[in-house]
Design a protein around this ligand. Structure first.
Ligand SMILES: *[C@@H]1O[C@H](CO)[C@@H](O)[C@H](O)[C@H]1NC(C)=O
Ligand SMILES: *[C@@H]1O[C@H](CO)[C@@H](O)[C@H](O)[C@H]1NC(C)=O
Ligand SMILES: *[C@@H]1O[C@H](CO)[C@@H](O)[C@H](O)[C@H]1NC(C)=O
Ligand SMILES: *[C@@H]1O[C@H](CO)[C@@H](O)[C@H](O)[C@H]1NC(C)=O
Length: 368
């Protein structure tokens, strides 16, 4: 017969058994702990930025000779692809295919999550820069992007464009096509190269975003009528990349911790605001990275799944209302890889053959 002569033993057992559970569940009950930028991280960044500024002032000027010699293969300008990741690069086989045979025309830089060992192979191996923890909707993402820009500026004076990429981004065109869009012949002088960055003023949510660090904290550096926003995903020209890492004034404001975390997202405002203040005429005001905000959820845009992937979708996502077609798109779930590879290897040679032969050229529409 089973009786419970020692109820307290049971109680003790239950308690002991539930202890790990408490530890597992605790983070969900406590308010989330936000990643802070320490003073020493900030100083390390400043040192990196100074090195980049110094390196750039000694190696380049507006009459950088390589621009004039596009035909000479040693001095062709390059695109720096800045991968800001906190997970595996799901589409690395696709990117390998994209970059295949264009090795002297690009560089890859990766800012990862230092607390996670993310396997990096092929063109990605050994390309991780000095990285620090980041958190969505916090100034840590701006820091990470500035570190990527600075490292790429130092690493190769031929890096002339800097394209920010996330693990859920894919290219919509072949490398040669994208290269020709960014470096049309004749290649413009350094100070004439424009940056492709979205710059939008006074959207309905902007007053809340502006005050997310507290009321009136942004003035006098950033009065509301100069506050801008846009997609986090940009392609910056070298002179603007340099401008971004030289900035202290706006960074001092945008780095302030958020009070209202639900509507902070400083990474969607810092770059647009800074470049719109410093050189509005030098920016496209639109982004080259397509994103579908229809039916967005908790600030995340629509994520394309495997069954969505078709050549028609790729054609459709390229179309834009601005001067250029979209060159990249997001977000795609990891399971899209096999279909994307299939499309790029077989069907229409859609993604990665030189499209001058395989695709009808879509005439640019006028800028709106
Ligand atoms: C922002 O938009 C609102 C209404 O849409 C308007 O009342 C306000 O004057 C605008 N502010 C600025 C600085 O343009
Ligand atoms: C955008 O996402 C919605 C679902 O949220 C979908 O119905 C629509 O087809 C998508 N648009 C494009 C252009 O893919
Ligand atoms: C282009 O503009 C039209 C009309 O405003 C809009 O319906 C369409 O969604 C836009 N296309 C893109 C790709 O933004
Ligand atoms: C790849 O594409 C071909 C032809 O379109 C199709 O028959 C095949 O099922 C596809 N494979 C995958 C894995 O999607």
């Amino acid at each position: 017969m089973f009786s419970t002569p020692y109820p307290f033993v049971f109680l003790a057992f239950t308690l002991i058994l539930s202890l790990p559970l408490i530890f597992i569940l605790m983070p969900h009950f406590l308010p989330p702990k936000h990643v802070q930028i320490s003073l020493s991280d900030e100083l390390d960044d400043l040192t990196l930025f100074r090195r980049a500024i110094l390196a750039s002032s000694s190696s380049s000027s507006s009459s950088f000779p390589s621009f004039l010699h596009r035909q000479s293969s040693i001095s062709k300008p390059k695109i720096a692809f800045l991968f800001l990741i906190d997970s595996d690069i799901h589409f690395s086989p696709l990117w390998e295919l994209f970059f295949h045979n264009h090795h002297n025309l690009f560089n890859v830089y990766i800012h990862g999550d230092p607390s996670r060992k993310i396997p990096l192979t092929g063109i990605f191996s050994g390309r991780e820069i000095v990285s620090r923890p980041t958190e969505r909707g916090s100034p840590t993402l701006i820091s990470a992007e500035r570190r990527l820009l600075a490292t790429a500026l130092i690493d190769d004076p031929l890096n002339m464009y800097f394209a920010l990429i996330s693990p859920s981004c894919i290219p919509l065109h072949s490398f040669p096509y994208i290269y020709r869009i960014l470096f049309p012949a004749p290649i413009p002088r350094l100070h004439k190269m424009i940056s492709f960055i979205e710059i939008i003023a006074n959207e309905t949510i902007f007053p809340e975003r502006y005050n997310a660090r507290g009321k009136d904290v942004m003035v006098p550096e950033v009065p509301y009528h100069k506050f801008r926003g846009g997609s986090q995903f940009f392609v910056l020209a070298r002179n603007h990349a340099l401008m971004v890492i030289q900035d202290h004034r706006l960074w001092r404001k945008f780095r302030l911790p958020c009070i209202n975390w639900d509507s902070c997202y400083p990474e969607e405002h810092y770059f647009s605001t800074l470049l719109s203040m410093e050189d509005p005429a030098g920016c496209s005001h639109f982004t080259l990275t397509r994103v579908n905000w229809t039916g967005s959820f908790e600030g995340h845009p629509h994520t394309y799944k495997q069954h969505d992937i078709s050549p028609e979708l790729i054609y459709h996502l390229r179309q834009s209302n601005s001067t250029h077609e979209y060159l990249f798109a997001r977000k795609f779930s990891p399971d899209c890889l096999s279909r994307l590879m299939n499309i790029s290897e077989t069907d229409l040679s859609l993604l990665f053959k030189d499209e001058s032969q395989t695709l009808r050229y879509m005439a640019p529409k006028s800028c709106v």
